[in-house]
Design a protein around this ligand. Structure first.
Ligand SMILES: Cc1cc2nc3c(=O)[nH]c(=O)nc-3n(C[C@H](O)[C@H](O)[C@H](O)COP(=O)(O)OP(=O)(O)OC[C@H]3O[C@@H](n4cnc5c(N)ncnc54)[C@H](O)[C@@H]3O)c2cc1C
Length: 408
């Protein structure tokens, strides 16, 4: 087990500086254009693939870094560049993690490379769980997967929504109900291979922020996938369902399990994205406050402005520490006895929204225009308190974990 450290090692510093260079030289200059276009920034993703940032190797290297700092460091730098473009670059990784975490070795070897393609033929992946009537309330999911034993195929029907890269991805990972009586314990994840008949893109959403990231509905109409596309395999699913049925018979789930290890492990990554956006806005605001003069002196000369910046930086650093702690706990298998992953996501996302709003205030009228990036950063930061569990859901998970009570 790696000791918890707040210091990046030399190798990590090198990677961080390389990512920062890409974020500063390639992502940030393209941010305003792709925000306006509201389209997937293919040329930037291709460039990221060419230099090795958009690749399974790079993602896996950071994901398995035993210090736990690889992913948060990478997310912070890329999202510092621009949240919409960065989400287009890392969106595939979020789907790939579903396969890395639950797939068999064969599934990982077959599908994850197809999620990325290569530098000359870039591909994307999408993770589809949310539905129109099942957002925070995952247990009310309706998409069904039924096993056709004669053909060893699963037949999937339903409508997914809010899927990042949904419909334009090469590979879709779809969560579906296999046993409706077990609530969220009766769900399973499936790979939908490229060009599978029955899968189509529904509405593409026009969004408030992260507009360079494609978000759409995914329609599944009698989608047939081979048995081998069930993540983890049928034997493992049957075992898991049998255990869940036993537990349900014995009196249902205990509230003790409120902090689910998978979510606790993935939420710090979203926290790190939020830290990246917050840091970017803070830096713009600090620079502006040092150079903008009113009343014959830089505006930072006023405590009213300087104290805001002091507060912003303090909150950003606190957010990063929570994120790093939770990431270290995740990779080292530490139990999340206080829902530390949810804590990190809650604090970092709320910080990002607050800090980017303060940045607009410090830039005055300029902050309110698209001539300066803080307006976009503020719009972008609003997503962090919504996806991967809203702030209210994080508070619910933390409170349930701390108290053991079925708080509603
Ligand atoms: C840009 C974007 C990208 C996304 N990408 C993906 C993706 O790639 N894959 C995917 O599967 N999903 C994705 N999502 C979906 C996202 O995870 C959901 O939007 C989120 O889980 C919230 O669900 P909802 O939108 O249905 O809101 P709802 O669940 O309807 O919530 C509405 C409001 O009610 C509050 N609320 C709900 N229940 C409670 C409660 N019990 N206590 C207190 N408050 C409560 C919520 O906090 C929220 O404020 C994405 C969403 C967006 C906007």
């Amino acid at each position: 087990m790696a000791e918890f450290t707040m210091e990046l090692n030399d190798e990590q510093k090198e990677v961080r500086d390389w990512l920062h260079g890409f974020a500063a030289d390639v992502i940030r200059p393209a941010a305003a254009e792709w925000d306006e276009r509201e389209e997937t920034p293919w040329p930037v993703i291709q460039e990221a693939a060419k230099v090795g940032i958009y690749s399974l190797d790079f993602y896996a290297q950071q994901y398995f870094d035993q210090t736990g700092l690889g992913i948060p460091m990478a997310m912070e730098e890329l999202f510092w560049g621009d949240a919409g473009i960065a989400l287009s670059i890392v969106g595939t990784g979020l789907a790939a993690v579903g396969v890395l975490a639950n797939g068999t070795e064969e599934q990982i070897g077959t599908w994850v490379p197809q999620m990325y393609g290569d530098a000359n033929d870039v591909k994307l992946a999408a993770f589809c769980s949310s539905e129109p009537d099942a957002g925070s309330d995952v247990a009310s999911m309706r998409t069904r997967a039924v096993y056709d034993e004669a053909k060893d195929e699963w037949v999937i029907n339903g409508t997914k929504t809010w899927a990042t890269n949904g419909g334009i991805a090469n590979v879709h990972v779809v969560v579906a109900v296999v046993d409706a009586e077990l609530g969220s314990k009766g769900h399973a994840s499936f790979i939908v291979p490229p060009n599978t008949p029955g899968l189509s893109q529904g509405q593409k959403f026009k969004k408030h922020g992260i507009r360079a990231s494609h978000t759409a509905e995914v329609i599944l109409d009698n989608v047939r996938v081979p048995g081998s596309c069930l993540l983890g395999g049928k034997a493992k699913l049957d075992e898991r369902l049998a255990r869940a049925r036993e537990r349900a018979k014995a009196g249902g789930e205990r509230v003790k399990n409120a902090a689910m290890a998978t979510f606790e492990a993935s939420r710090p990554a979203v926290g790190a994205m939020a830290v990246g956006t917050a840091r970017a806005a803070y830096e713009v605001a600090l620079d502006y406050a040092m150079t903008r003069e009113q009343f014959g002196r830089p505006i930072i000369d006023n405590q009213g402005v300087a104290f805001q910046l002091a507060e912003m930086r303090t909150q950003i650093d606190a957010a990063r520490l929570l994120v790093w702690r939770a990431s270290w706990m995740a990779i080292n298998g530490k139990p999340f006895t206080a829902a530390e992953g949810s804590m990190s996501k809650l604090f970092a996302s709320e910080t990002s929204k607050k800090v980017t709003a303060q940045a607009i205030q410090i830039l005055g009228g300029n902050g309110y225009t698209r001539e300066y990036p803080v307006e976009r950063m503020h719009r972008d930061s609003a997503i962090y308190t919504i996806f991967e569990g809203t702030s209210e859901i994080q508070r619910l998970v933390i409170a349930r974990t701390l108290s053991g009570m079925p708080i509603r």
